[in-house]
Design a protein around this ligand. Structure first.
Ligand SMILES: [Zn+2]
Length: 197
């Protein structure tokens, strides 16, 4: 009886999967108005890694979440003046503690890459998912962030089958404009986190 019940639970979890309606079950949903439809027939083929903190180098402020939702108070810090009229988003944000927030469902296009090119294809937003790590280009990311990122990548792969090597830093797809996630992001540490899952 107990075995049968356990089998049913396993079946249920497989049937439901980690993603429902384009939303990760493990993420806090925080819907953003900054998204639109992907072009028809374009498959997800890339994951783009970013870093963000607002103000830069300050963590746990809630400002990146507000920016992605279009509710950032531009008067909250002098550096925010340059963000006037900026409408951006990402699919996911992983904070310094590894907590996960989702802003845009995966079947919709988030506005994270901007003018970009990957393996000869431009407009990376069309075919990519954007993951923001709370951080900046001068500070190492936390183990909790790597652990969460590894888990998320595994979940995304299980549903969307994006090849593992189709993972790029924003700086690699927009090298003249962007430096994030920066020199402290380590693919070696990410590989360690993936191995420890
Ligand atoms: Zn970026």
């Amino acid at each position: 009886m107990r075995a049968a019940r356990t089998d049913q639970l396993v079946k249920d979890s497989v049937r439901c999967g980690p993603i429902h309606g384009g939303w990760l079950r493990s993420a806090r949903p925080c819907p953003s108005p900054h998204s639109d439809l992907r072009p028809r027939g374009v498959a997800l083929d890339l994951i783009v890694l970013h870093a963000i903190s607002l103000p830069e180098g300050h963590y746990g402020t809630g400002h990146p979440e507000a920016l992605f939702q279009g509710t950032l108070d531009l008067n909250a810090h002098e550096s925010f003046a340059s963000l006037k009229g900026v409408r951006v988003s990402a699919h996911l944000l992983i904070d310094r503690q590894g907590a996960l927030t989702q802003f845009v469902p995966f079947h919709r296009r988030a506005w994270h890459a901007g003018a970009s090119s990957w393996r000869g294809r431009t407009g990376c937003n069309d075919f990519s998912l954007g993951i923001e790590l709370e951080g900046d280009v001068q500070t190492p990311f936390t183990w909790a962030q790597y652990g969460r990122l590894a888990a998320v990548l595994r979940q995304l792969h299980s549903v969307y089958h994006i090849p593992r090597e189709h993972l790029a830093c924003h700086s690699a797809i927009a090298p003249k404009r962007k430096a994030d996630p920066g020199p402290y992001f380590s693919f070696d540490v990410l590989a360690q986190a993936e191995a420890s899952l």
